[in-house]
Write a protein that binds this ligand. Structure first.
Ligand SMILES: [Zn+2]
Length: 222
């Protein structure tokens, strides 16, 4: 009888320990910021990430890189990743083959020439996939970045308050989530310290696109 009780207690303790462990397992996430570089918000974001000691991914549009190459260089120097987010942010469905190829290939050329950095990933404008894109991207050694799950802050919607952006950006976050923001949205930048604090409270650790892809590739499949 005594041994049986002891066994039950031990089982209970083991189960309890296991569930606490599962709940506190870190969630690996990647924050990304679309459509820059911008002059006002990029330096503010860089200062926040330096303070928080985290690295993120900036999804750059070629025309903006041409306008602000020094900001792109500062982002790279700070250890962040840059993804190719097209030259002029066209909708693929509105682009003929030539336009689509130019949008991807010329962005890559501009980022390499102006920043001295070669992106590894193509991040789809409007998250709109198109069957022509992977082959074009491959011509310049780019891969279309595929996310396991996407956290949508919806910060491109003007009617959203700073509080709503924070709510969206910190809800339903799981291991492997990419959380999408826009660099030009002032409320996003203003809320970023609070967003990071909440994500840290939820057990998030922050990675770049490349780091997250590598982490997920090494996870056992279940
Ligand atoms: Zn975009």
């Amino acid at each position: 009888m005594f041994i049986r009780s002891l066994l039950i207690i031990t089982m209970f303790l083991l189960t309890a320990t296991y569930s606490v462990k599962a709940e506190s397992a870190p969630k690996h996430v990647a924050l990304c910021f679309d459509d820059g570089p911008t002059t006002d918000n990029a330096p503010k974001l860089l200062a926040i990430f330096e303070r928080e000691k985290i690295h993120v991914t900036f999804d750059y549009v070629g025309t903006n890189v041409e306008a602000h190459p020094d900001i792109a260089k500062a982002v790279v120097a700070a250890g962040h990743e840059i993804a190719n987010h097209s030259y002029s942010h066209l909708h693929p469905k509105d682009s003929d083959n030539e336009m689509l190829e130019f949008d991807i290939v010329n962005a890559q050329k501009v980022i390499i020439e102006k920043v001295g950095y070669t992106p590894k990933w193509y991040w789809l404008p409007y998250i709109e996939s198109d069957p022509r894109i992977p082959a074009i991207a491959e011509k310049v050694n780019l891969k279309v970045y595929k996310f396991k799950s996407l956290g949508v802050s919806d910060d491109w919607k003007a009617e959203l308050s700073a509080e709503q952006i924070k709510q969206n950006a910190t809800s339903n976050i799981t291991d492997g989530t990419v959380i999408l923001f826009h660099e030009w949205r002032n409320e996003t930048v203003a809320e970023m310290p609070a967003i990071i604090a909440e994500l840290k409270r939820q057990g998030c650790v922050f990675m770049t696109f490349s780091e997250l892809a590598e982490y997920l590739a090494n996870q056992p499949r279940n």
